[in-house]
Ligand binder design. Structure first.
Ligand code: HMG
Ligand code: MG
Length: 298
C-alpha cells in the first residue's frame, strides 16, 4: 500500500544544474538552495565534488557548500565519487554525501571512468572515511530502467549493485532511471527484484522524465512502498554522460500527486512553484513542471 508520508530529496541544485553549459553564478545557486529550503524541502542535494574537467558547472562546489545559509533540520548533501571529493566535502562541513554507481558497465565507464567492480572498490574507502567522520553516505545506482549505451538492463543487475552499496554501509540506495525510458510495470519488476536484497525503506526512486513516464513510474513504486523520492524543481536537469537525458521529474508535480493521494510531504506547493518560475527565468530554461505552468496560468 501507499506510504503515509514521503521524504522528498530535492536534487535541482546538483542534478538540475550540472548539465547547464553556461556557468551559473554561485549566488544564484545559493539563492536556489535557500528558496527550496523555504518551500519546505528538508533534504537538498546542493553540490557535487567531482572533477571540474568532467562537470564544469559543479566547479564551485566549495563556494556553494560553505556559502549556503544552513537552516536547522535541513540536510544539505553532496556527491563524492572518491576520497578526493569526500575530503574536500568534509572540509566544507558537509553532513551527508553520496557515491554513485551504475547497473550498466558501459555507463559506469562513461560517467566515472571505471568498471562497476572498480567503482565499488573505490567507494569502500569513501564509506569508511565518512563513517569515521560521522556522516551518512547515500548510494546511487544509475541506469536501473535502461542504459543509453547498453539498452535493456536486467533487474537482477540493479539488485546486485544496490545490495553491494547497501552492504558497504550506504544508509539508502537511490534507484536512478537516468534516461527516463522506464514504464510502470518495468519499474515495479525492477523494484521487486531489488527489494529482495535491500529493505524497501532503504530504497529511493530517482526518475528522469525523458519519455514523460516519471509520474506514472512513481505511482507504481509508491504502491509498492517506496517512501523516498528524488525530484528537481521545474523538472530541471540531465546527466552530461547520458545524451538526450531530460530533467528529473518536477518536484511541483510530485508534490501535487502526493497531495492528491493524501500523502504528507510538508512542502508548500505555491512557494515551490514560485521558486521554479524564478530559477527557470534566471537561467533561461523553460519550466517543465506542468503543475507550475498550470498554477501560473490561473
Ligand atoms: P578520472 O579521470 O578517472 O580520475 O575521473 P583520476 O583520479 O584519474 O583524476 C583525474 C583528474 O581529476 C585529476 O586532476 C584529479 O585530481 C581530478 P589532474 O591531475 O588531471 O589535474 N579529480 C578530482 N577533482 C575534483 N574532485 C574530485 C576529483 N577526483 C579526481 N572528486 C572521476 C574519475 C570520478 C573523478 C570523474 O570521472 C568524474 O568526476 N566523474 C563525474 C561524473 C559526474 O559527475 N556525472 C554526473 C553525476 S551522476 C548522475 O547525474 C546520475 C544520478 O543523478 C542518478 C541517475 O540519474 O541515474 C546520480
Ligand atoms: Mg539523475
Amino acid at each position: 500500500g501507499f506510504p503515509k508520508q514521503v521524504r522528498l530529496v530535492e536534487v535541482a541544485p546538483r542534478d538540475g544544474l550540472q548539465n547547464e553549459p553556461e556557468a551559473i553564478a554561485t549566488d544564484t545557486k545559493l539563492e536556489l538552495i535557500d528558496r527550496l529550503a523555504d518551500a519546505g524541502l528538508r533534504h537538498i542535494e546542493a553540490a557535487s565534488f567531482v572533477s571540474p574537467k568532467w562537470v564544469p558547472q559543479m566547479a564551485d562546489h566549495r563556494e556553494v557548500m560553505t556559502g549556503l545559509k544552513r537552516r536547522p533540520g535541513i540536510t544539505y548533501s553532496a556527491l563524492t565519487p572518491n576520497l578526493k571529493g569526500l575530503e574536500a566535502a568534509l572540509e566544507c562541513g558537509v553532513e551527508e554525501v553520496a557515491v554513485f554507481g551504475a547497473a550498466s558497465e558501459a555507463f559506469s565507464h562513461k560517467n566515472i571512468n571505471c568498471s562497476i567492480a572498480e567503482s565499488l572498490e573505490r567507494f569502500a574507502p569513501v564509506l569508511e572515511r565518512a563513517q569515521q567522520a560521522g556522516i551518512r553516505v547515500r548510494g546511487y545506482v544509475s541506469c536501473v530502467l535502461g542504459c543509453p549505451y547498453e539498452g535493456e538492463i536486467a533487474p537482477a543487475k540493479v539488485a546486485e549493485v544496490a545490495k553491494a552499496l547497501f552492504e558497504m554501509g550506504c544508509f539508502e540506495v537511490s534507484l536512478g532511471d537516468t534516461i527516463g525510458t522506464g514504464t510502470p510495470l518495468k519499474a515495479k519488476r525492477m523494484l521487486e527484484a531489488t527489494a529482495r536484497d535491500v529493505p524497501m525503506d532503504k530504497l529511493a526512486a530517482h526518475f528522469h522524465d525523458t519519455y514523460g513516464q516519471a509520474l506514472a513510474n512513481l505511482y507504481a513504486v509508491l504502491e509498492e512502498g517506496i517512501a523516498v523520492i528524488d525530484s528537481s524543481v521545474a523538472g530541471l536537469g540531465g546527466c552530461p554522460y547520458a545524451k538526450g537525458a531530460a530533467g528529473n521529474v518536477a518536484s511541483e508535480d510530485v508534490v501535487y500527486l502526493l497531495n492528491g493521494l493524501g500523502i504528507d510531504s510538508d512542502v508548500d506547493l505555491e512557494k515551490l512553484a514560485t521558486t521554479g518560475d524564478w530559477i527557470t527565468q534566471a537561467i533561461g530554461r523553460p519550466n517543465r513542471s506542468k503543475v507550475s505552468v498550470a498554477l501560473a496560468a490561473r
